[in-house]
Design a protein around this ligand. Sequence first.
Ligand code: SF4
Ligand code: SF4
Length: 77
Amino acid sequence: MPVATQRSSVPVSVDAEKCIAHKGCTVCVDVCPLDVLAIDLSKGTAYMKFDECWYCMPCEQDCPTGAVHVDIPYLLR
Ligand code: SF4
Ligand code: SF4
C-alpha cells in the first residue's frame, strides 16, 4: 500500500480543529477496514497514512465530531 506523501491530495481529510484524537478518540482508525488511517501523536489528530481507500464511509459517519471528510471520486458517486 502506498504511503500517503502529500496529505493534501489524499481522499480522506481530517479537520484538525474538530478532531479530538488528543482526548483519546481513535474511532476512525478503529472502523477503517483497510487500516489506512492513523493518529499523529505529535499533533493529536488523525490523518490518512496510506493512500488507499474503499470509500466505504464509516470513518466519516462514525466520527463523533464530524472531523472526517471522504472525497469520493466523481465516477464512484
Ligand atoms: S473519529 Fe474523528 S475525532 Fe476521532 S480520531 Fe478520528 S477524526 Fe479524530
Ligand atoms: S472510507 Fe473506508 S477505507 Fe476509506 S478511510 Fe474511511 S473507513 Fe477507511
